[in-house]
Design a protein around this ligand. Sequence first.
Ligand SMILES: [Zn+2]
Ligand SMILES: [Zn+2]
Length: 281
Amino acid sequence: MNTVEDLHVHTRISKDSKEDPEKYIVKAIERGIEYLGFSDHIDLDPKDKDFGFYRYEDARQSYIELKEKYNNGLSLFFATEVTYQNNIEKSIQNNLQGRPYDYIIGSIHRLEGYTISSPRGIQFFNGKDETTAYSIYFEEVDRMINTGFFDIVGHFDVLKRYGNSIYGTFNANRFEAIIVPLMKKIVAKNLVIEINSSGFRHKLSEQYPSNDILRMYRDCGGREITIGSDAHNASQFGVYMEETLKNALSIFDFNIVVFAQRKKIKLSRLSELLSKNKVGR
Ligand SMILES: [Zn+2]
Ligand SMILES: [Zn+2]
């Protein structure tokens, strides 16, 4: 199933991807995806093995060339997904200063020196019960939201990617007292939650964030989402979009938005997207 946008894809500018950005563009045009954003990783913790890989000038140059080549096929966006860590906040701020990103996704990938979004970081869970592990995670999400550096909160409950195999399927309702205040803050600060289909690809049988979290977002007044597949190669692009978007629509008919030069633009509602697909667009 097609979506109007995919604002979360990785290319060879990211350490964990080797993909040629043009491949995403070709697929997007084939599928009628009108808005495509490149969100390569910025990792600024000197202790992280991905540290220092991102090259801003290369990212920018590649984007400019592609934008010239595909000047009327679709809208391309220059973005980044920053690994937020409280202990390197100043360095993140300095790094983003003056760079003309269309939008910036803030994501937690590392806690206590472990890369929790990778099998190599699984030791983070050692000696912690579920409440402790998720509380540490959501406290870091809170600090990330407070910075004001970001437009989009990436994969809001990503700790479940490996947490599920240790504690069983993540049940957000158990953490409602922590999550609801985060949702209120996200809405008050005009941030947007990303609906990220890669949860299905990670064999979790749901997207990030879960339907329960989307419900909390809705109940706190959250009306806007962005959509991303978090593809690291073109074969992962747009995968599991149908399941993801239907889940989101089952909670609320959210407005799909995009950011251009950090300004939010409303595109359409989820229901419009799903009805377009029904008529075989
Ligand atoms: Zn991420
Ligand atoms: Zn990503």
